[in-house]
Design a binder for this molecule. Structure first.
Ligand code: ATP
Ligand code: BTN
Length: 265
């Protein structure tokens, strides 16, 4: 499998802002950390990719397995003029874009597990880690990190993940080129992102996130620090928040991040 390079990815790009500069590296600790340190000098839409991450991160500082050449480990540097509390909405936009891109590439049974996971056949194919730097309440930049397992075998995952995680190879039995896939993700992301930053319009994203949700209508276990409780997921609200009904009948919305969800069967 050949290494990623800017030219092969740009061949497939139809965007006007995102992906004008694509930096392809061999090895980094985390593309999100690399993007963060390069952000002060970077133009909006700069993309950092690495063949391998030695300390790939998920939410809550969890480890993200990122073996060499077998996945898409990438971070986009964005400069949306939004308030810090709106940043989780960028995760929703990315989830919708991943759904569209995978569909476009012929991958079916893709679902979005709010807020940051993409599942295929119920297993985790991709995860999103959105980080930001703000000055007061105003965002300076956002680092949108996307990990997508492309050509990983079962053995590339540690044992405890083998039942939960998947890759395009495992789902389709076929080895995938990564360049077009990367471009399709960016191509799908840009219009949704532009609608949002120019017009404050999250409606297309929300329609996709609702329609393709793995959790709406499901019973879930909400986990927040030391607190666990069961709930039924009712809907997504207009800001991308999760609306749930807890066991005592109370309807509440969960804005983001601090809560983890496990779907109960
Ligand atoms: P949450 O719902 O809180 O996001 P999560 O199960 O999605 O919980 P994350 O916090 O997103 O977990 O952290 C990433 C998790 O993904 C790790 O704990 C690990 O179990 C799993 N993981 C790590 N590397 C991979 C990978 N390459 N593919 C799929 N899953 C992975
Ligand atoms: C999650 O599911 O918790 C999110 C995983 C995000 C992984 C990607 S890989 C590229 C970028 N760099 C990182 O260290 N993490 C994100």
């Amino acid at each position: 499998m050949s290494n990623l390079n800017q030219k092969d990815i740009q061949k497939h790009l139809t965007t006007s802002i995102l992906g004008r500069k694509i930096i392809c590296l061999d090895m980094v600790n985390s593309t999100n950390s690399e993007a963060k340190s390069r952000a002060p000098e970077a133009v909006e839409g700069t993309i950092i990719l690495s063949e391998e991450q030695t300390a790939g991160r998920g939410r809550h500082g969890r480890q993200w397995i990122s073996p060499k050449g077998k996945g898409i480990w990438m971070s986009l540097i964005l400069r949306p003029r939004i308030n810090a509390q709106k940043v989780p909405q960028i995760t929703q936009i990315a989830a919708a874009a991943l759904f569209l891109a995978l569909n476009q590439m012929g991958i079916k049974k893709v679902e979005i597990k709010w807020p940051n996971d993409i599942l295929v056949n119920g297993r985790k194919l991709s995860g999103i880690l959105t980080e930001m730097q703000s000055k007061g309440n105003a965002v300076d930049h956002v680092i949108l990190g996307i990990g997508l397992n492309v050509n990983m075998n079962r053995q590339d995952f540690p044992e405890d993940l083998q039942q939960q995680a998947t890759s395009l190879y495992l789902e389709t039995g076929k080895v995938w080129g990564r360049s077009q896939l990367i471009a399709e993700i960016i191509n799908a992301f840009e219009p949704l992102y532009m609608q949002y930053v120019k017009a404050g319009d999250l409606s297309s994203t929300l329609n996709i996130c609702k329609e393709e949700s793995a959790v709406i209508g499901a019973r879930v276990l909400l986990h927040n620090q030391n607190l666990e409780q069961e709930a039924e997921v009712l809907d997504l609200g207009p800001e991308g928040e999760l609306i749930v009904r807890t066991a005592d009948g109370t309807i509440t919305s969960i804005v983001t991040g601090e809560v983890s969800l496990r779907v109960l069967h």
